[in-house]
Design a protein around this ligand. Structure first.
Ligand SMILES: [Zn+2]
Length: 444
């Protein structure tokens, strides 16, 4: 605790109460002015000083951490990488928004509704248009009959976009980083769309292009199943690999995502897939909802040896790892708390740098939540905890959303460059599909 702050604040209060004599006030007034100026300089420079010469400065403050968090989040609100509201609406309401019981302004059954989003200082999030993996018994091991996954995904795009329109007083569809900033500046919650697994494109890169046209700005390469493009980490240890990372078609999918400006999301992928993507993607990448395997052993978490490929130096890839709150991923049963989630954030930041960490809660997609992070209204408590641990306001502004926006802008830049260079769309077909090549051959 620096004595300067402890001295200045009581001194000002005493002076305001008129306790000084005129003579003492004259003498001390000049000194106070000098010290007050020094204090102001200290306040406005300590965030930068703290990362260089005064590492104690950011954590030693008389400010209430929650007040700091709430004030910071007025300008730098949360942009969450993964919210499962659309699948909740599918499961509980069959995507029918007209029922009397459905009202996002009223308390919703799980973790997300408009009053709690506002209380939690949410400025944006990715609406996950998730549908589950194919059943190999019904749809074949090679996903050749996976077309209803595409139908269901379209229904999830539909419900997400209907919700954004129905509650346009709160939400605004965002297709670019500029849209996100504009929505936040207008007091709206920027609404981005993410697809959670390439099984949802039915093994067709053409379908990805249409999802992009509908607003998708990230696609997770896998969910818990392998697909034609990439290997998943599964959910339990020991999942047998199919391609040992990206398949050859998977590399073309990454090319197309880079060309379109759809962020490559490597949450849910195997370590080999994540490594291939980090080495190959031209654009920055994301983990939309993953935590640290060094803090808690789980295949869904990211190990340090993969994190070491993240960075802006030569041979590394700019990325943001958006921390998942799912209790099973962050701690042993019964041990998940806000503190433990903060440990994940701290560890990821330690390995990659604080500019590579974000928030991807998985709210509405998880059965239970950590103590202290019960729903979308609780993000400020996490930001306050990290402030207490020494994160500066600038660093926290990156964590809440700035880091994600940097990565999204990076992907947009790569897409613009590839398109300006005349890069062709990827026309590649899944080689196991018998229909298109044979039909084309017959027609010719
Ligand atoms: Zn997930």
């Amino acid at each position: 605790m620096p004595d300067e702050t402890a001295y200045l604040i009581p001194d000002k209060r005493v002076r305001g109460n008129g306790a000084y004599t005129r003579k003492r006030a004259t003498v001390l007034g000049g000194l106070t002015t000098v010290l007050a100026f020094a204090f102001v300089v200290f306040v406005f420079t300590r965030d930068r000083l703290s990362t260089t010469v005064l590492p104690w400065a950011a954590s030693s403050t008389s400010e209430d951490p929650m007040a700091v968090a709430l004030q910071l989040m007025e300008h730098s609100p949360i942009i969450d990488g993964h919210i499962d509201l659309p699948i909740l609406v599918r499961s509980l309401y069959a995507n029918n928004l007209s029922t009397d019981s459905f009202d996002l302004h009223a308390p919703m059954p799980a973790h997300v509704d408009i009053p709690r989003l506002r209380k939690g200082k949410v400025g944006g999030f990715f609406w996950s248009v998730y549908v589950s993996c194919p059943d190999p018994a019904l749809e074949g091991p090679d996903f050749l009959n996976a077309t209803w996954r595409v139908r269901d995904t379209l229904e999830q795009f539909d419900v997400a976009r209907l919700l954004i329109n129905k509650y346009s007083d709160t939400f605004e569809l965002a297709l670019t980083s500029t849209d996100v900033k504009k929505a936040i500046a207008n007091g709206k919650i920027a609404s981005l769309i993410g697809v959670e697994g390439a099984h949802q494109i039915g093994n067709s890169i053409a379908v990805l292009r249409q999802y992009h046209a509908l607003g998708a700005r990230y696609m997770t390469l896998t969910h818990t199943c392998h697909n034609a493009f990439a290997d998943s980490c599964g959910y339990y240890p020991g999942k047998e690999p199919l391609h040992n990372g990206l398949s050859s078609l998977g590399y073309r999918l990454v090319d197309e995502m880079n060309r379109l400006g759809v962020l490559v999301d490597i949450s849910h992928t195997s370590d080999a897939t994540a490594t291939d993507v980090l080495k190959y993607s031209k654009a920055p990448v994301i983990w939309s909802h993953s935590s640290s395997r060094a803090v808690h052993e789980h295949v869904r978490n990211v190990p340090d040896n993969v994190l070491e490929l993240v960075g802006t130096e030569d041979g590394k890839k700019d990325a943001v790892i958006m921390v998942n709150f799912a209790p099973a991923f962050v701690a042993d049963p019964g041990q998940a708390t806000l503190d433990v989630v903060a440990d994940h954030v701290d560890h990821l930041a330690e390995v990659t740098g604080k500019q590579h960490v974000g928030i991807g809660s998985d709210y509405d997609g998880i059965d239970s939540t950590p103590v202290g992070l019960e729903d979308v209204s609780t993000y400020p408590a996490l930001i306050a905890e990290l402030y207490k641990r020494g994160w500066s306001k600038d660093e926290l502004a990156g964590l809440t959303g700035g880091n994600l926006l940097r990565v999204l802008e990076g992907a947009e830049k790569v897409a613009n460059e590839l398109q300006a260079a005349g890069t062709e769309p990827a026309y590649d077909l899944y080689e196991k599909r018998p229909d298109l090549p044979s039909r084309r051959h017959q027609e010719l």
